[in-house]
Design a protein around this ligand. Structure first.
Ligand code: PEP
Length: 260
């Protein structure tokens, strides 16, 4: 179960370092073992080094929220995959709906970045999800399938650990209104089916599929207990250690329940 925080454009560097330090301290002293729970934090670029330093002694991976598809060059304001790996990033979020909406990122852009991430051994967290309008017109599954197909065109995956897909319905992001567990499961099953056609059942079954969109401690259990939901991509609740770790506690409870 992967519990990943997307800090978006929040906090200054000292505040981010302090939050990462609290998370690290709680993980090293916590009464919960968080067995089977993997953690990731995806802060803004300028926080990466201090967050990586803060979580150095605990099993928390760090990721970026985007990157350029080229190694280097005249791309003012951008950050490349080699830069991310040079500071110790493991993950990179790609195709978040905010980037699709505000920066007109297309599936083809996401696809180029996925390929670039693979070249540099970064694990892409590919975000897909429909708008409310698309859901209401019955297109949710076809939109999400098209996004998965677009992002993964000509991408081969042999190691399921080399890819994460996050289903993030746009209408649930930052709204406080998460998808119902059954709604989320239905879409995760669509994504799992697509990955199965693409990479075969053995790989597809082990690609982590995260749910994102107003996941909080109070709704995490219902979402995380669905068979095709393997974790969460968490926005606003990842900005407070109590809420972020509260979701991880729910993940731990789900895991205990399924193994007992
Ligand atoms: C996100 O943007 O990735 C997200 C899941 O945000 P929130 O949890 O705030 O809805």
């Amino acid at each position: 179960m992967l519990i990943a925080g997307n800090w978006k454009m929040n906090m200054d560097v000292p505040e981010g370092r302090a939050l990462a330090q609290v998370i690290a301290d709680r993980l090293s002293t916590h009464s919960h073992s968080f067995d089977g729970v993997d953690f990731a934090i995806c802060p803004p670029f300028v926080h990466l080094q201090s967050v990586i330093d803060a979580v150095d002694s605990v099993p928390v991976a760090v990721g970026a929220q985007d990157m350029h598809a080229e190694d280097e060059g005249a791309y003012t304001g951008d950050v490349s995959a080699p830069m991310l790996t040079s500071v110790g990033c493991h993950y990179v979020i790609l195709g978040h709906s905010e980037r699709r909406e505000y920066y007109d990122e297309t599936d083809a852009d996401v696809n180029r970045k996925v390929k670039q991430a693979q070249v540099h051994d970064l694990v892409p967290i590919v975000c897909v999800g429909e708008t409310l309008e698309q859901r209401e017109s019955g297109e949710a599954a076809s939109v999400v399938r098209a996004q998965v197909d677009g992002a993964l065109a000509d991408v081969s995956i042999e190691d399921p650990g080399g890819l994460v897909v996050a289903y993030e319905p746009v209408w649930a992001i930052g709204t406080g209104e998460s998808a119902a567990p059954e709604q989320a499961q239905e879409m995760h099953a669509v994504i799992r089916g697509d990955l199965t056609e693409r990479y075969g059942a053995a790989v597809a079954a082990n690609v982590p599929l995260l749910y994102g969109g107003s996941m909080k401690p109070h709704n995490a259990y219902g979402l995380l207990s669905q068979p095709d939901i393997d974790g969460g991509l968490i926005g606003s609740a990842s900005l407070q250690a109590d809420r972020f770790l509260g979701i991880a506690e729910e993940a731990e409870s789900v895991l205990k329940e399924t193994t007992s």
